[in-house]
Design a protein around this ligand. Structure first.
Ligand code: BG6
Ligand code: MG
Length: 212
């Protein structure tokens, strides 16, 4: 076995909540009259809620206070959580579930390493409550990706060293975080284009070959 543990990002890797993040931020940006598009959205992947808001406000002419920013972030999250309401286990792709089951059967421990404070809520919508061996998320970190903290905590939770684990990501910031923490990385989507990603992948089930 090449790796003893696999640490998965959640949004954009296990499920496609990234589209709901986009919708909720777009709604907020339109409301406050700030330009926002898919390209700016890509910079938000893996980045915490407050840091994401700061990126969006780079295009704003108005300076926002800390309190105003907290209100804006809360507004976005309320809409985001309401969009999540419609998610069920039908939103967990078969390919993802089958691959996870096979990796587990091969003896690997599976953990989540997500910057989101909604990770446990999303996992329960997907019917994955209790499925992972450990969950490291936005509720147990102080620094979000590209800082490696979320992955280092995940590795600690499953009792493996970074070099024994593989990180699976869709975000450039996530691959940077994996590298900073001393992890091998597998990239999907934009993360597959990162110059230093260990394994660029075109689909989730490529993990079966990567870990062989
Ligand atoms: C990451 C997403 O997983 O979680 C980011 O890629 C998001 O886009 C971050 O900003 C924080 O999520 P939440 O649910 O705590 O607002
Ligand atoms: Mg992601």
């Amino acid at each position: 076995m090449k790796y003893r543990g696999i640490i998965f990002d959640l949004d954009g890797v296990i499920c496609f909540t990234d589209q709901y993040h986009y919708q909720a931020w777009k709604n907020l940006a339109d409301e406050i009259g700030v330009y926002f598009d898919e390209q700016i959205n890509n910079r938000l992947r893996g980045v915490s809620r407050m840091d994401s808001l700061d990126i969006i406000l780079e295009k704003s002419e108005k300076e926002y206070t800390k309190v105003e920013k907290a209100v804006l972030a809360e507004k976005k999250n309320t809409l985001y959580v309401s969009l999540l309401e419609n998610m069920t286990s039908a939103d967990l792709p078969h390919e993802v579930k089958e691959t996870l089951d096979k990796l587990r059967q091969a003896g690997m421990l599976l953990a989540i390493g997500s910057s989101s404070k909604n990770a446990k809520l999303i996992l329960s919508h997907l019917g994955l409550e209790g499925y992972f061996d450990a969950i490291s998320d936005g509720t147990n970190i102080t620094n979000s990706k590209p800082d490696p903290e979320v992955f280092l905590k995940a590795a600690q939770f499953i009792n493996f060293k970074p070099e024994e684990c593989l990180v699976v990501e869709d975000a450039i910031a996530g691959i940077d975080a994996a590298i900073a923490g001393g992890f091998a990385s597998a990239g999907l989507g934009e993360a597959a284009t990162h110059t230093n990603v260990t394994y660029p992948m075109s689909k989730f089930s490529d993990l079966l070959t990567v870990t062989e």
